[in-house]
Design a binder for this molecule. Structure first.
Ligand code: CAA
Length: 246
């Protein structure tokens, strides 16, 4: 029970990495605040956690919308008294070669992956600053470190997340708050299932293990960074990518 009674917001927790993190945190004793813009998947994850005799709540929020984020954070604080952990996991892709990328594809990914992380952290940080403790975990990507064919927008956001993580580690670290990021490689989720099979084959071949990761691999990294075991980690970008970046 490494997160006993900790109040943890996980964005994009309706599926994929966020869902895996939500289930793991719940098993470790956290009160999990499932945040997603998809009502059905968010409610389903919440119900799954409640069925496990663990604690969860669901808020339908578009993280790119400041008013929605602010209201959700105020409501969580009022209902549960505090916020101990924020996992900025929500992310989308809209892949296209640079010359074909539309403004709509660019804006969508920037709004969710970059502004969404800014919005959620800005809303939660004052609560953590006041009590001089808290854990903020951002989700970057190997693509933010290395770039990727077809991902001008996504790689820009994931590199931006690294910049924000290091900035906040400096700004908030002296207030007792740990700010770190996980940089997943290619993990078997709905997002990766959209990648054409011929491209996936090339990717798989670049991983020394010759296989993709599982959501559980990222949930374990989230747990480490959310727990007291990572007390001296700050501004760390934890690669969980099977060695694809070597
Ligand atoms: N590495 C190597 N080659 C690639 C490639 C990649 N990542 N992506 C595309 N290519 C190659 C294709 O294999 C193809 O080569 P051939 O002409 O030799 O067959 C060529 O580029 C053209 O590709 P498409 O026929 O697919 O062209 P398209 O215009 O229909 O689509 C695309 C282009 C949208 C970029 C599409 O190829 C695609 O979706 N690629 C995958 C992008 C990707 O890796 N996304 C990662 C999503 S998962 C994620 O983002 C999570 C995370 O954090 C890692």
């Amino acid at each position: 029970m490494r997160l006993k009674n900790k109040v943890a917001i996980i964005t994009g927790a309706g599926n994929g990495l966020g869902k895996a993190g939500a289930l793991k945190f719940a098993k470790e004793g956290a009160v999990v605040i499932v945040v997603d813009y998809d009502q059905e998947s968010g409610e389903t994850v919440k119900e799954e956690i409640v069925q496990m005799d663990c604690k969860a709540d669901f808020y339908k929020v578009d993280v790119s919308n400041w008013e929605q984020v602010k209201t959700m954070v105020e409501n969580v604080k009022e209902k549960y008294g505090t916020i101990d952990i924020l996992v900025n996991n929500a992310g989308v892709t809209a892949d296209s070669f640079l010359v074909k990328m539309t403004d709509k594809q660019w804006d969508k990914v920037i709004d969710v992956n970059l502004k969404g992380v800014f919005n959620c952290t800005k809303a939660v940080a004052p609560i953590m600053i006041e009590k001089k403790e808290g854990k903020i975990i951002n989700t970057s990507s190997v693509v933010g470190e290395q770039g990727n064919v077809g991902q001008t927008n996504y790689s820009a956001t994931k590199a931006g997340v690294i910049g924000m993580t290091k900035t906040w580690a400096k700004e908030l670290g002296y207030k007792g708050i740990n700010v770190n990021a996980v940089a997943p490689g290619y993990i078997m989720t709905e997002m990766v299932s959209k990648v054409p099979e011929k491209v996936l084959e090339k990717i798989r071949n670049k991983v020394p293990f010759k296989k993709l990761g599982e959501p559980e691999d990222i949930a374990n990294a989230y747990l480490f960074l959310a727990s007291s075991e990572s007390e001296y980690c700050n501004g760390t970008i934890l690669d969980v990518n099977g060695g694809i970046s070597i």
